[in-house]
Every structure is written in C-alpha cells, then in structure tokens.
Design a protein. Structure first.
Length: 454
C-alpha cells in the first residue's frame, strides 16, 4: 500500500501545549479508572467480608471473589482490548462501564456464592479493558514529551480508589458486617453509571481514525482539538510542527501480527513481564488483609490497616508524575520493583505493627511507581494498529496471574507463613528484572508514528 510524506494528526497533536481540553479528557479517563481500581484493589477486603457473611473458608472466598473477578478481567482484556483496535477506543470505553454497572447491581442482590461469583466474573469482564485502553488512549492523544506524566496523572487520580475502597468497606463493616459487601457493590454500580453517562462526550483517537484510513474524520477531530487548545490557552497561533512522519494506513491485521518477526520479542517480553509482575504485586495487594488476620487482628482492623498501606499508591503516583518522563521507562520499572521486593522481605519478618504499616506503605509506593512506568511502556512499544490488542494481551496476562497466583499464595501463607510467601514474590520480581533488562527496548519520548510504521 502506498505511503506519503506529510504532516499527520500525530505531528499536529504532539506540538500542542497542555490545555483544559487535555485535562477534561484525562478526567474522563481517570473517573472510570477510579472505579476500576476500586474493584481491582478492593478484592482482598471484599473477599474477607464475603467469607464472614457467608461463612466461607479463605480458599473458597478467594475463589469466588478475586479469582472470579480476575478471570473475568482476563476475558475482558482479550476480547474488548481487541475491539479497541477494530471498533475504536471510544466504543470500548463507552461500553465497558455499562457492563460493570449492571453486573455490580446483580452481584449485590444474589443469594448464594455461586451466583455471586458469576456476576463478579462479569464485573471483571467490564473492568478488564479499562486499564489497557487507557494506556493506549492517553498515549495517542497526549503530546509525546509529557505523555508519561499525563498518564501518571490519570493513575494518580484513579488509584485513590484503592484506599477509598478499603475506607468504604471499613466504615460499612462497622455499620453492618453482613451487608457491607453488598452496599459496596451498589456504590460501584452508581459510580460506574455516572461515568458511563459522562463518557458519551469523549472523543475518538485521531491517530486510530487516521490509521484506519478515515483521514477526514481524523482531520476534523484534530482541528476541533486545536481550536479548543487555542481558545482555552488564549493563543493566536499554535507552535510550529517540528517533526513529520510517513503516513502508512493500516492493513487489516490479526492477533498473529503480534508474533511477527518484528514484534515477537516484544510480545514475549510483555507476556513474561505481566505474569511475573502481576503475580508479585497482586499477591501482596489481595493478601494484605489476610496477612493481618493471620497475625490475629480483627477483620475491621485489618481493613483499616489495608487502607493505610494502600495510601502508598497515591503518594507513589504523585511522586511518579515528576520523574516518569525523566527516567527511561525500562529502568524505572526495574528500580522500583526491586525496591518493592527488598521491602517485602523485611515486611515478612517483622512483627511490629507500626513497622509493618510503614513497610507496607513503601511497598505500595514502589509498586505503583513501577506500575506507572509500565503502563506507559507497554503502550509505547507497539504500533497504533495493534496497540489496543497488545495492551489487551498484556492486561489479560496480568489478570491471569492475578487470578491464579494469589490462590496459590493463600495456601502458602496458611501452610508455610509469610516469609516463604515473600520469597516466592521476590523470585517473580527477579524474573521481571531479567526480562526487562535483557529483552525490553527503550521507549521514552519516541514518536508513536515512528513505532506505528514498523
């Protein structure tokens, strides 16, 4: 297929200064992500509450709540992540929160754990594409020199959902322990519905439109963005375009393209990375309440301690905004996941409550810095025609690890204690470091079109 050297929508978007348009766009992304992360990081506390209300064991509770949810995410990221490439970013972002809202209401009113697990699975199905599509969407709309910081801003706002989830369940458990988990799901349904309505105003990615050959629509969207930026920033003219790239319309491609000669190593790297890092991070996230229950603290106290530890996500993400575009992505991933691993081993051997809370806080601080680096990283290293599919594949592997590894780790905690569990987590962290350093390419501040023309 022919190509031409011209100014494309990516060149035009990359020269734009930050404006209220960009902020509104980021808030529409972050609002939905807030409820996604509320559910993702609320799984441990939710499982503890359901176990108590229904009289279930820790293993069964883990199966019907976190495992069902993450298996739903696995399917959602694969299927709906692919839809983001075939039907558009906006299509998926408008649809997925509707699924979450309906399924959350139904899960909240189910009478037994089998039906609850089915609708928890469907909630996961809706949550599944949220993070991967966000990585793709933000990377394609934000200017290249600040896209890392802008995506970090989205995750900073969204990850407030983690401590808020614990706070909500802590408050509700003190009010009515048996109904607390049901009310929590109703809150998720209400918030998801509000964001589903607001997201009707979100734009389609001009880069996706151009890549699909819809040049006029892409040009119209970009012109609209430019006019808004000029209006909001009181500009008479926009900065000059300093970089031009070839416009190569995308041929129809399938999943197999991810394993083509040019992309195979990157795809394998992401698969290994996502399984190992998710196995490490989400084992800690899901099992934090169980760690404290295992040490003899009450359910309500354990959820309160979880909220304190999860506040490390927010502080870490705020810190990350200032560094994510200054450190090469792959090195940022390695530095912070190594820090989390070392702190985790210390967490496992301490019995002092205040030291556990401090270590737990900085573990999550480190994990979330790593997370902000990798969310931008996995979106940058794949071409636009496959970016949704690639991030969807990565997040599906993430969900698979989140569904399977914590279940195994619950058995380890019960049978062998915290130290053995954290040694297992550290081994997964070592795999991440080797994978990223040996195979992972550099990506910071590259032009997305240069990647897309691979």
């Amino acid at each position: 297929m022919g190509s031409k050297k011209s100014v494309n929508v990516g060149d035009r978007l990359d020269r734009l200064p930050f404006s209220r348009f960009h902020l509104k766009f980021l808030l529409l992304i972050a609002g939905g992500e807030f409820f996604a992360l509320f559910m993702i990081f609320g799984q441990g506390s939710l499982a503890v509450l359901v176990e108590h209300a229904l009289g279930l064991s820790a293993v069964v509770g883990t199966l019907i709540i976190p495992t069902s949810f993450y298996m739903g995410m696995l399917v959602g990221t694969l299927v709906l992540g692919r839809f983001a490439d075939t039907h558009g970013r906006r299509f998926v972002y408008f649809m997925n929160l509707g699924i979450v809202a309906v399924a959350s209401v139904l899960a909240a009113i189910m009478p037994n754990y089998i039906l609850i697990s089915i609708f928890i699975f469907i909630i996961g199905l809706g949550v599944g594409p949220e993070l991967g599509v966000a990585d793709t969407y933000v990377s394609e709309v934000m200017p290249k020199n600040s896209r890392g910081a802008r995506l970090a801003l989205v995750y900073t706002i969204a990850v407030i959902g983690a401590p808020v989830a614990s706070l909500v369940m802590y408050g509700l458990s003190g009010f009515n322990l048996d109904l607390s988990w049901r009310i929590t799901l109703i809150i998720v349904a209400a918030g998801s519905t509000i964001m589903w309505i607001l997201r009707r105003k979100i734009i389609e990615s001009p880069r996706w439109l151009e890549g699909k050959g819809m040049k006029k629509q892409a040009d119209d969207e970009t012109t609209m963005i430019e006019k808004r930026v000029m209006k909001y920033n009181h500009l008479r003219k926009l900065p000059n375009i300093v970089h031009t790239t070839e416009v190569v319309p995308h041929k129809k491609v399938g999943w197999g393209e991810l394993f083509s000669k040019k992309l195979r190593l990157r795809t394998i790297m992401i698969i290994i990375f996502q399984y190992a890092q998710s196995g490490a991070a989400f084992t800690f996230n899901v099992l934090v309440p169980l760690f404290f229950v295992d040490k003899g603290y009450t359910i309500t106290s354990s959820i309160l301690f979880t909220m304190i530890i999860f506040s490390g996500f927010v502080v870490g993400s705020i810190f990350n905004i200032g560094i994510v575009d200054k450190i090469e992505r792959k090195y940022g991933i390695v530095i912070f996941i190594l820090a989390a691993g070392i702190l985790g081993l210390l967490f496992a051997v301490t019995s002092n409550l205040y030291l556990m809370l401090a270590l737990g806080f900085f573990i999550q601080f480190s994990f979330w810095n790593m997370s902000n680096f990798f969310h931008q990283y996995q979106a940058e290293i794949f071409p636009t025609k496959l970016r949704g599919s690639a991030t969807g594949l990565g997040q599906s592997i993430n969900a698979l690890a989140s569904a399977t590894v914590p279940l195994f780790m619950v058995a380890l905690v019960i049978s062998h204690g915290l130290l053995v569990t954290f040694v297992g987590i550290f081994i997964m962290i070592a795999i991440v470091i080797a994978d990223i350093m040996l195979i992972g390419p550099k990506s910071s501040k590259m032009h997305l079109e240069d990647i897309s023309n691979m």
